[in-house]
Design a protein around this ligand. Structure first.
Ligand code: ZN
Length: 222
């Protein structure tokens, strides 16, 4: 198999992954070594650089990254192992050909929102300025982020994500697990994750406030 990338591309991808890992680590978005990040190297045939399984993303180096194919198999000699969830990155790249990077984090607020809205199969967000970070510019825009069950069977989970993803909305939530978000390049994907996380944080706090404000007077007075 011949891949259309060279050593320079390989290094650029590794450095890009280390940079985004550092940014997310500062926000505490890799609890207990969770999460995984990838940047595409070639579309046809598919190849992408991805963080290795079990590595501490808070101290990630360029040596913690391997290059895999569309079946999540390493395409270079390495002792590193891809995470089982690498299959989900491959699914996103297959379904969204323009995606150049895919980022996955387990955060407190994406978990809370994925559970609160699971029964609806999606979470709707409307009118927030940060929707523009997704390149959606209409006034009072509304977006719906799909939410899937957290299947332990990763091929099944990857297929489910492929089924529900909406190409206009660059993310899918997994119930009580985390978010997969992508973009044309790592800069866009990072901006998307930051926008989604901010909006989930906002939505959760707003719902909490509204529920608190709706308390009966006698309870609120306690
Ligand atoms: Zn995960």
């Amino acid at each position: 198999m011949t891949y259309a990338f060279n050593q320079e591309d390989r290094i650029r991808v590794a450095v890009g992954l280390v940079d985004v890992a550092k940014n997310f680590a500062e926000k505490g978005w890799f609890p207990a070594t969770s999460g995984n990040l990838s940047i595409k190297l070639s579309g046809e045939p598919l190849a992408f650089g991805v963080t290795a399984s079990g590595k501490d993303k808070e101290n990630l180096t360029i040596h913690d990254i391997l290059v895999v194919d569309g079946n999540s198999k390493a395409i270079e000699p390495t002792t590193l192992k891809p995470s089982a969830e690498t299959l989900i990155h491959a699914e996103v790249y297959k379904r969204v050909p323009e995606a150049g990077a895919c980022l996955h984090v387990h955060t407190l607020y994406n978990n809370l929102i994925s559970d609160l809205f699971f029964e609806q199969g999606k979470v709707r967000i409307q009118g927030l300025e940060l929707i523009k970070a997704l390149n959606i510019w209409e006034e009072n825009a509304a977006i719906e982020i799909p939410i899937v069950e957290n299947y332990a069977d990763i091929p099944k989970l990857a297929a489910e994500i492929g089924e529900v993803l909406d190409p206009r909305i660059p993310a899918v939530l997994i119930r009580n697990h985390g978010i997969y978000a992508w973009g044309d390049d790592v800069f866009a994907a990072k901006r998307h994750v930051q926008a989604f996380e901010w909006m989930f944080n906002y939505l959760f706090l707003k719902l909490s406030y509204q529920r608190g404000a709706a308390l009966p007077v006698e309870v609120a007075a306690l």
